[in-house]
Design a protein around this ligand. Structure first.
Ligand code: HEC
Length: 135
């Protein structure tokens, strides 16, 4: 009887532990997202990133909304594994046929927004196509 109740208590503790871990993993994910999105509206930083992506011609190589092309990498796949730091280094310093953008003020000033926009696209949270700024 003593053994039985100990087992029962243990499983309650394990279940509570799992619930706690799941809850904290969810909170961590929510905190990690570097963007806010509601439908086709995104927060101002991600919106500036979206504009920068188009205006600074990332799209000519990486596709209209990051999906890549035959010759150029799909950034939506890249950002599933690349860290923000790795992203910044490649965009600013360049790599092989990828041009460096460290002398492009619009890119340097909006690098966090660019990452936020593309990360949101990569997560499947920010839709392809026209976006508006979330006010
Ligand atoms: C002239 C075409 C071209 C333009 C313009 C361009 N890129 Fe690239 N980009 C490339 C190529 C080619 C690579 C692959 C480099 C390699 O690994 O050899 C690349 C790689 C990358 C990577 C790393 C992908 C990976 O999986 O390794 C990121 C992130 C990236 N580009 C972001 C951007 C952003 C943001 C812009 C606009 C500011 C941009 N690129 C503009 C051609 C381009």
């Amino acid at each position: 009887m003593a053994n039985w109740s100990r087992t029962k208590i243990n499983s309650v503790i394990v279940a509570a532990g799992c619930a706690f871990l799941m809850a904290s993993a969810q909170t961590a994910r929510a905190e990690e997202a570097p963007y806010k999105v509601e439908g086709n509206k995104v927060d101002s930083a991600a919106f500036k990133g979206y504009q920068t992506y188009k205006r600074q011609r990332c799209e000519t190589c990486h596709g209209q909304t990051g999906e890549g092309s035959a010759a150029f990498p799909n950034l939506l796949t890249s950002l599933k594994t690349k860290s923000k730091e790795e992203f910044k280094t490649i965009v600013l310093e360049g790599k092989n046929a990828m041009p460096a953008h460290k002398n492009n003020k619009a890119v340097v000033d909006n690098i966090d927004g660019l990452y936020a926009y593309l990360k949101g696209r990569s997560d499947g949270a920010i839709p392809a196509g026209e976006l508006e700024e979330l006010k």
